[in-house]
Design a protein around this ligand. Structure first.
Ligand SMILES: CC(C)(COP(=O)(O)OP(=O)(O)OC[C@H]1O[C@@H](n2cnc3c(N)ncnc32)[C@H](O)[C@@H]1OP(=O)(O)O)[C@@H](O)C(=O)NCCC(=O)NCCS
Length: 172
């Protein structure tokens, strides 16, 4: 499937992360250390950005993976990680939505999501799924407010930690 141009977010420029932007993504991940510590118990590794770009389920083609940066006049301010047609056709998996700490709570996350809904729909996506760790109630509030519905629970096995998570879905 061909990929349409990235959507427009008011006051921001979007681009797929590659080249020198990988270093900017690394800086963003490190600024968002709070989130990484919350989920994994550790600050981000020095190669976390490079790893994120290729982090896809086995056998899932990287052409269906999108790590997109959101640049404002403050530089790279947010990022979103999406997998097309995972875990099944017409379902998109949102692996990460991250807004720089000082820019949270000002509607940027909501505007990013609003921009991607029609973009995903235009590629025959019918639903977005994601997980939220139980220890991240603020993110849970965000997704519920955006219309996501809890569809189950799961355990997330990380290297040296297990998280209880809720599984959420938004039908488009
Ligand atoms: C969750 C997140 C992407 C939302 O983006 P945002 O631009 O802050 O969201 P908006 O301004 O559109 O909405 C604010 C809501 O986001 C949620 N939120 C989550 N973490 C937040 C934070 N650290 N600061 C402010 N709001 C936060 C809250 O529900 C908040 O609503 P509330 O003020 O009523 O509690 C962003 O806060 C973030 O990057 N958080 C850390 C990473 C994370 O948890 N990502 C989700 C992974 S599942």
């Amino acid at each position: 499937m061909t990929t349409p141009d990235l959507p427009h977010v008011e006051g921001a420029q979007l681009a797929l992360i590659s080249g020198s932007a990988v270093e900017e993504l690394q800086v963003l991940l490190e600024r968002c250390e709070d989130f990484e510590v919350l989920v994994t118990g550790h600050p981000p590794e020095p190669y976390a950005a490079r790893e994120l770009l290729v982090d896809a389920p086995p056998d899932h083609p990287l052409r269906d993976k999108f790590v997109i940066g959101v640049w404002t006049d403050q530089g790279l301010t947010a990022a979103i990680d999406l997998l097309r047609d995972f875990p099944e056709r017409h379902v998109w998996y949102l692996g990460l939505l991250l807004v720089a700490p000082e820019d949270r709570g000002q509607g940027l996350g909501e505007r990013i999501l609003a921009a991607f809904r029609p973009w995903i729909l235009s590629q025959e996506g019918r639903a977005i799924r994601l997980i939220v760790q139980d220890q991240n109630p603020a993110a849970r509030r965000f997704w519920v407010r955006e219309g996501f519905v809890e569809i189950g629970t799961a355990t997330q096995e990380l290297m040296d930690r297990t998280n209880q998570v809720a599984r959420f879905e938004l039908k488009l």
